[in-house]
Design a protein around this ligand. Structure first.
Ligand SMILES: CC(C)(COP(=O)(O)OP(=O)(O)OC[C@H]1O[C@@H](n2cnc3c(N)ncnc32)[C@H](O)[C@@H]1OP(=O)(O)O)[C@@H](O)C(=O)NCCC(=O)NCCS
Length: 170
C-alpha cells in the first residue's frame, strides 16, 4: 500500500485579528475560526491524497482561550490517521501576544475528510506514517476516536430519520 509521511500534509497559516473578525466581546468570532480550521484541514487532506476531498465530520472545536485583537493566530494542521478512504486531520490553534510574546494553545480540533474519485465516490488514500512523538501519540489514539465517530454517525442517521422537513409555515 502507498504510504505518505504525516509531515507531507503539514500546513501553517498565520493571521491578524481584524475589527471585522471580532464578536461583541471584541474577541475572534468563533465562526471565523471554524472557517479557518476547515480551510487549513482540507488543504492537509488534499496534500495527503492528491484527490478531491470533502469534510465528512468535525468532532468538535474546543475554544480554550479567547483570541484578542493584539494576538496573532497561527494554525497548524496535518493528517494523523487514515482509514480506507478517510483521513483524520488534527488542527492546533496557537496565539501569540504580539507585544509580550506570550503563547497559548487557544483551540484544537479533529476533522475527518473523505477522498473522492472522478465520479464523487470514496476512493482509497495512502496510509499515513507518523514520525514525531506528537504525530505518533495522535496516531495511536485515533482508532478510539474513529470508533466514537462511527457510533455518533449511526446515532445521527437514526435521529435525522425522526425529523420532519416541513417548514413552520407549511
Ligand atoms: C462523506 C461522504 C462522501 C461519505 O460517503 P458514503 O457514501 O457515506 O461513504 P461510506 O459510508 O462508504 O464512507 C466512506 C468513508 O467515510 C467515512 N465517513 C463517512 N461519514 C463519516 C462521518 N460522519 N464522520 C467520519 N467519517 C465518516 C467512513 O467511515 C468511511 O471511511 P473509510 O473508507 O476510511 O473506512 C458523504 O456522506 C458525503 O458526501 N457527505 C457530504 C460531505 C459534504 O458535503 N461536506 C461539506 C462540504 S465539503
Amino acid at each position: 500500500m502507498e504510504q505518505r509521511f504525516a509531515k507531507e500534509s503539514r500546513c501553517y497559516k498565520t493571521s491578524r485579528v481584524f475589527p471585522t473578525d471580532v464578536n461583541n466581546h471584541n474577541t475572534l468570532f468563533g465562526g471565523k475560526l471554524m472557517a479557518y480550521i476547515d480551510d487549513i484541514a482540507s488543504i492537509s487532506a488534499s496534500k495527503h491524497c492528491r484527490r478531491s476531498v470533502v469534510t465528512a465530520s468535525t468532532d468538535s472545536v474546543d475554544f480554550l482561550f479567547p483570541i484578542r485583537p493584539t494576538d496573532s493566530v497561527c494554525l497548524e494542521s496535518f493528517v494523523t490517521y487514515t482509514g480506507k478512504s478517510s483521513m483524520e486531520v488534527f488542527v492546533k490553534v496557537m496565539t501569540e501576544d504580539l507585544k509580550t510574546a506570550e503563547r497559548r494553545i487557544a483551540a484544537t480540533s479533529f476533522l475527518t475528510f473523505v477522498a473522492l474519485d472522478e465520479n464523487k465516490k470514496p476512493v482509497p488514500v495512502p496510509q499515513v506514517v507518523p514520525e514525531t512523538e506528537e504525530e505518533k501519540r495522535l496516531n495511536e489514539t485515533a482508532e478510539d476516536r474513529a470508533e466514537f465517530r462511527r457510533i455518533r454517525r449511526e446515532k445521527s442517521k437514526n435521529f435525522s430519520g425522526h425529523l420532519t422537513t416541513k417548514f413552520p409555515w407549511e
